[in-house]
Design a protein around this ligand. Structure first.
Ligand code: ADP
Length: 334
């Protein structure tokens, strides 16, 4: 069974890679980010210099990795991909940085999860294109400066606020990626349906878009589930009815809430009477890490108007109660 799961995961990654826009012109939505980025890249090309380091922040699945790949492609430079959790020692980072070629783009995902000593090394490297390699131990230890070629760092994080100030300040440009509108998701879906050769009608696209949690990755994933259903249970065409039936079968509700979102709302309303309740208490109640609840579930619940963050804790809105088919007690709900 785990082999099947592993194969499915590989498939998933392959399809995700196939659906990734390769150039800025193909990237749907995020218009401000696209315009700003295009200016930064054009200016760099004009000056024939690597652009400033870029920080991309936003919830998972909104296109941060895709943009990093686009940056490298638009600059005509190679791309190196790593992530914060993979860099546990400053030595790992020193080895990586000194192996970069001139102008290379380094994508560092989950940059907020890097080890502290590596973080310090990184911001010196970003600013001075230098790493200090420490040799020896104790009082005899010396730092040997090593020059590294100019490179462009593209950092990604679920929240820019999680980065220490000195690191954040060394990015010349920060793009905040926000959830996509239903119209933008429809555009993503039309593009993907074309690439995957799925007959998707207009209302079918709208139905899936409305349940995609504002997230292109989820839209693409749901499209594939709906395609399966359309082929097996219908005539292959993805209409609104087919999409709605398929997504109900897969437990995706009309608002697009997934299992974690619903668990959070459910705990908030049923166990804590709608709140206010502290974030960590809520996380324990749903059996998840605080970070996951805060960075994965909450941003969408807030955006959907179902949860409010207040100084005294998390509160379910009136809409949250009705979403669960309940009536808020008098005086309750934000
Ligand atoms: P992140 O790195 O933010 O988690 P990714 O860049 O991996 O997100 O994007 C997830 C998937 O969503 C990609 O495979 C890509 O096909 C799709 N995607 C993301 N953003 C866009 C976009 N703006 N236009 C079209 N497809 C997108």
């Amino acid at each position: 069974e785990s082999l099947v799961a592993a194969e499915a995961a590989v498939d998933e990654q392959e399809i995700e890679a196939a659906l990734r826009p390769k150039r800025l012109g193909e990237f749907v939505g995020q218009q401000r980010v696209r315009e700003q980025l295009s200016l930064v890249l054009d200016a760099a090309k004009l000056r024939n210099r690597p652009p400033d380091h870029l920080l991309l922040s936003g919830p998972p699945g909104l296109g941060k990795t895709t943009l990093a790949m686009i940056v490298a492609a638009e600059l005509g430079m190679p791309l190196r991909v790593t992530s914060g959790p993979a860099i546990q020692h400053a030595g790992d980072l020193a080895a990586l940085l000194s192996s970069l070629s001139e102008g290379e783009v380094l994508f560092l995902d989950e940059i907020h999860r890097m080890a502290r000593p590596a973080e310090e090394m990184l911001y010196i490297a970003m600013e001075d294109f230098r790493v200090d390699v420490v040799v020896g131990k104790g009082a005899g230890a010396t730092a040997i400066p090593l020059e590294i070629p100019p490179f462009t760092l593209v950092g990604a994080t679920t929240r820019a606020g999680l980065l220490p100030g000195p690191l954040r300040d060394r990015f010349g440009f920060t793009a905040h990626m926000d959830f996509y509108s239903p119209a933008e998701l429809e555009q993503v879906l039309r593009r993907s349906a074309g690439l995957l050769d799925v007959p998707l009608d207009r209302d079918g696209g709208a139905e899936i878009a409305g349940r995609s949690r504002g997230t292109p990755r989820i839209a693409n994933r749901l499209l594939r589930r709906v395609r399966d259903y359309a082929q097996v249970r219908a005539d292959g065409v993805v209409t609104a009815d087919v999409a709605a039936a398929a997504l109900t079968l897969y437990d995706v509700d009309e608002a697009g809430l997934d299992r974690l979102d619903r668990a959070v709302l459910d705990a908030l309303v049923r166990r804590f009477g709608g709140g206010p309740v502290g974030l960590s208490t809520l996380a324990v109640a749903v059996g998840e890490e605080t970070e996951t609840v805060e960075e994965v579930a909450e941003p969408f619940l807030v955006r959907a108007g179902l949860l409010a963050r207040t100084p005294r804790g998390r509160v379910a809105t009136t809409a949250a109660w009705s979403h669960l088919g309940l009536v808020p007690p008098p005086g309750n709900g934000a």
